[in-house]
Design a protein around this ligand. Structure first.
Ligand code: PEP
Ligand code: MG
Length: 642
C-alpha cells in the first residue's frame, strides 16, 4: 500500500453497514462539477467505497479486443513469455505428480487423482504449451494488432482450435479442446500478473500514490489490485481467492450474478461488489476515481463530494443492528436456529461471538481455489478438525467438494470441457467420477468428526443411486474415523419433488435456494443475461420449498436452508412462514437477519408466505412481502434494508 493511501472508516465496521472510504489518489470532483448518472448493475455485496479503478478487463476475460500503445508492445510480448513460463511450470508440476502417482499408486496430491492416462494428457498439453510455433504466432498477433497478450492468446488459440475442430480426422479434431485449454491456462497466468506500467502510465500511477514497481524487473512486475476498485469483465472465484492476502477495495464486473460463487466469496470477504454492469463498464479507464455502492448496485464515475457524502450517510444509517445474544426466536417465541455459511476458518470466531448456532454449510471446495492439486487427506483433516474443534460444542456441517460449473477442479487437469458445465459433472457426480476423491475426503471428515460435532453433506444430488454410492463410502470412512449424520443438499428440482424419499434416506436435509432457483428456472446464476431470472422468490421455487418443508416436518427430519434467500430479512421471514426453522446465513448478515426475525410474528410470516404462493411471478412476490412485512422487519431504525 502506498504511503499516500488514506482511509476513513465510518459506521460500526463489518457487514453491509460499513462504509469505508479509502483513497490511494482517489478524488471527488469539486462541488460545482455535476456528476453523470451511475453505471448500474446487480448489487452483489454491500458496502460503499471510494477508490481508484484497476482495470483488468482484458486480462481476466481475455476476450476484450484492447490495443496497447506501440511503446508497450515489447512489454506485452515479455508478459506473454513470462505467463507461458508460469503456466508451463504449473503444468509440469501437475504432470510430474501424475506420473509419480501412476508409479507409486497412492501418492499424495494430483497423483492421487490423475494416474497414468492423465499424466500423458498433461504431457501432451506441455508439448503444446512449449511449442515455439504457437508462441510465435501469438507474438506476431501482439505486434501486428498492438494487442494485449490475453487478446492475442485467445484469438490465436481459438482460431487454430476452430480449424482443427473442422478436421475429419477425429484425433486432430480432439486436439481443438487441448488448444483451447492451453489458451485458457495462459490467459489465467496472465491474469495473475497484470499490465505493465511504463512511461506515462507509471507516472500517472505514481502521481496517484500507487506503489512503485520494485526491482530491475519493473517492466514485468505484477501490478497489485490491493486497495483498488477492480474493474473487470468477470472475476473467477479462483482469482478472488488469490487476492485474499492483499485484497482490493471492491469489485465491479461486466458479467456475473448476485448468487454466483464470486459474489458469495466477495460477501464473505467483506468486499463491496456490483456485477453484471454490462458493456458500459468498458468506458472506465485505469486510474479513474469511482464510487461503488454495493447496496444499490451503482457505480459513480468521478463522483461529486455531495454524492459521496450522501452515499456515506445512507450507509451509516443501515449499520448492523446490535441485538443481545441468546437463542434466536421470533417476536412470538418460535425458536429459529441461525447458523452461518463458511468458506474457510476465517470468520468462524466472529460468527460464534455473534451467537451463531453452528456452521450450517462449509463449502469445502472453495478452499481449493487456486490449487493445482487436491489437498491431501491429512491437509483436509487438519482444516476440518480445526473447524470442528473451533465450533464445539456447536455443530459444523461439512459439505463434500462441489466442483464443477464455476468452481474449477484443482489444476483444471480434467480433459473434457463439458458443453454445459452446470448440467454436467458437478458436485456429487464429479466426485463419484473421480476415483479416490471421495474416500480421502470422507475419511478426513470422519476423523475430524471424532473431535466434536459434525455432519456431512452431499451437494448436487439428483438421483438416489448417487446418494447410495456415497453412503457406502461413508460407512467405510466412518468405521475408521467417527460417526456423523449424512445429509443431502436439496438444490435440484428433482430432489425437491422427491423430498419424502430423501427424508427416508438422509439423516438431514439442507436446501440450497441458489441452485434450486437456477435449475428450476433454467437460468444460469452466473450469466448476467439471465441471472436475474434465477430468483428464489419465484413462486415455482417457493412451492418446491414448501413441499420440502412439509415433507421434512411430516417425517421429523431436520431441515435447514442455506441459500442466499435465507440471508435476506424478507427471504428469511418468508422461509419461516413456509415452515423452515433453521437458516444458515452469510456471516455478514447474521445480525441483520436475527434482528428482523425478532420483530416477526409467526402468524404474519405464514400469511405473507401464503400470499406469496398465490402470486404468479417474483416481482409480485417481493411486492407482497414488502407490503406485508417490510416495515416490521426494518423496525424503527430501518435496519433491515439490503
Ligand atoms: C445453494 O445452491 O443454494 C448453495 C448453498 O450452494 P452453493 O451456493 O455453494 O452452490
Ligand atoms: Mg449449490
Amino acid at each position: 500500500m502506498g504511503a499516500a493511501r488514506a482511509s476513513l472508516h465510518r459506521g460500526s465496521g463489518g457487514g453491509e453497514g460499513s462504509a469505508r472510504l479509502a483513497e490511494p489518489g482517489a478524488g471527488v470532483s469539486g462541488p460545482r462539477r455535476r456528476s453523470r448518472g451511475p453505471l448500474r448493475g446487480v448489487a452483489a455485496s454491500p458496502g460503499v467505497r471510494l477508490g481508484v479503478a484497476r482495470v483488468l478487463t482484458a486480462e481476466v476475460g481475455g476476450e476484450v479486443e484492447r490495443r496497447v500503445p506501440r511503446s508497450r508492445v515489447a512489454a506485452e510480448v515479455r508478459r506473454l513469455r513470462a505467463a507461458v513460463s508460469r503456466a508451463t511450470a504449473e503444468l509440469r508440476a501437475a504432470a510430474q505428480g501424475a506420473a509419480e502417482g501412476a508409479v507409486q499408486g497412492a501418492a499424495e496430491g494430483a497423483a492421487r487423482e490423475l494416474g497414468s492416462a492423465e499424466a500423458s494428457i498433461l504431457e501432451a498439453y506441455l508439448m503444446l504449451m512449449e511449442d515455439e510455433g504457437l508462441l510465435m504466432q501469438i507474438e506476431a498477433f501482439i505486434r501486428e494488432q498492438r494487442a494485449t497478450a490475453a487478446w492475442a492468446t485467445r484469438a490465436v488459440t481459438r482460431a487454430l482450435a476452430a480449424r482443427l475442430a473442422e478436421q475429419p480426422n477425429s484425433y486432430l479434431a480432439e486436439r481443438a479442446h487441448d488448444l483451447e485449454f492451453i489458451g485458457r491456462e495462459i490467459v489465467a497466468a496472465l491474469a495473475v500478473d497484470v499490465p505493465v506500467r511504463q512511461g506515462q502510465e507509471l507516472t500517472r500511477a505514481a502521481e496517484q500514490g500507487a506503489p512503485e514497481p520494485r526491482g530491475a524487473l519493473g517492466a514485468l512486475e505484477p501490478v497489485s489490485v490491493a486497495g483498488r476498485l477492480v474493474v473487470a469483465e468477470d472475476i473467477s472465484p479462483t482469482e478472488l481467492v488469490r487476492w485474499a492476502s492483499a485484497p482490493p477495495l471492491g469489485l465491479i464486473t461486466a458479467l456475473g450474478g448476485s448468487d454466483s460463487h464470486t459474489a458469495i466469496l466477495a460477501r464473505a470477504m467483506g468486499l463491496p461488489a456490483v456485477v453484471g454492469v454490462g458493456s458500459a463498464l468498458m468506458a472506465v479507464r485505469e486510474g479513474e476515481s469511482l464510487l461503488i455502492d454495493g447496496e444499490r448496485g451503482e457505480v459513480w464515475r468521478s463522483p461529486s463530494q455531495a454524492r459521496v457524502a450522501r452515499a456515506l450517510s445512507r450507509a451509516s444509517v443501515v449499520a448492523p443492528v446490535e441485538e443481545p445474544l441468546g437463542g434466536d426466536a421470533t417476536a412470538c417465541g418460535v425458536a429459529i436456529e441461525l447458523q452461518v455459511n463458511l468458506e474457510g476458518l476465517g470468520g468462524l470466531a466472529a460468527a460464534l461471538e455473534q451467537g451463531a448456532a453452528g456452521v450450517g454449510l462449509y463449502r469445502s471446495e472453495l478452499m481449493c481455489l487456486g490449487w493445482t492439486r487436491l489437498p491431501s487427506e491429512e491437509e483436509q483433516y487438519e482444516l476440518y478438525r480445526a473447524l470442528v474443534e473451533g465450533a464445539a460444542p456447536r455443530t459444523v456441517t461439512l459439505r463434500t467438494f462441489d466442483f464443477g460449473a464455476d468452481k474449477p477442479y484443482p489444476g483444471a487437469a480434467r480433459r473434457w470441457t463439458p458443453p454445459n458445465p452446470a448440467l454436467g459433472l458437478r458436485g456429487v457426480r464429479l466426485a463419484l467420477a473421480t476415483p479416490e476423491l471421495l474416500p480421502a475426503q470422507l475419511r478426513a471428515m470422519a476423523r475430524a468428526a471424532a473431535h466434536g460435532s459434525a455432519r456431512v453433506l452431499i451437494p448436487m444430488v439428483s438421483q438416489v443411486d448417487e446418494f447410495e454410492q456415497v453412503r457406502a463410502l461413508w460407512r467405510e470412512a466412518a468405521e475408521q474415523g467417527g460417526q456423523a449424520p449424512l445429509g443431502v443438499m436439496i438444490e435440484v428440482p428433482a430432489a425437491a419433488v422427491l423430498a419424502e424419499v430423501w427424508c427416508e434416506r438422509a439423516d438431514f436435509l439442507c436446501l440450497g435456494t441458489n441452485d434450486l432457483a437456477q435449475y428450476t428456472l433454467a437460468a444460469d446464476r452466473t450469466d448476467p443475461e439471465v441471472a436475474a431470472r434465477a430468483t428464489a422468490l419465484d413462486p415455482a421455487v417457493l412451492r418446491l420449498i414448501r413441499q420440502v418443508s412439509q415433507a421434512a416436518a411430516a417425517a421429523e427430519r431436520p431441515l435447514s436452508v442455506c441459500g442466499a434467500l435465507a440471508s435476506e430479512p424478507l427471504g428469511a421471514a418468508l422461509l419461516v412462514g413456509l415452515g423452515v426453522r433453521a437458516l444458515s446465513v452469510e456471516p455478514g448478515q447474521l445480525l441483520r437477519v436475527r434482528a428482523a426475525l425478532r420483530r416477526l410474528r409467526l402468524r404474519a410470516a405464514e400469511e405473507a408466505a401464503a400470499a406469496a404462493l398465490r402470486q404468479v411471478d417474483a416481482v409480485s412476490v417481493r411486492r407482497e412481502l414488502e407490503a406485508r412485512l417490510g416495515a416490521v422487519l426494518r423496525g424503527p431504525r430501518g435496519g433491515s434494508r439490503r
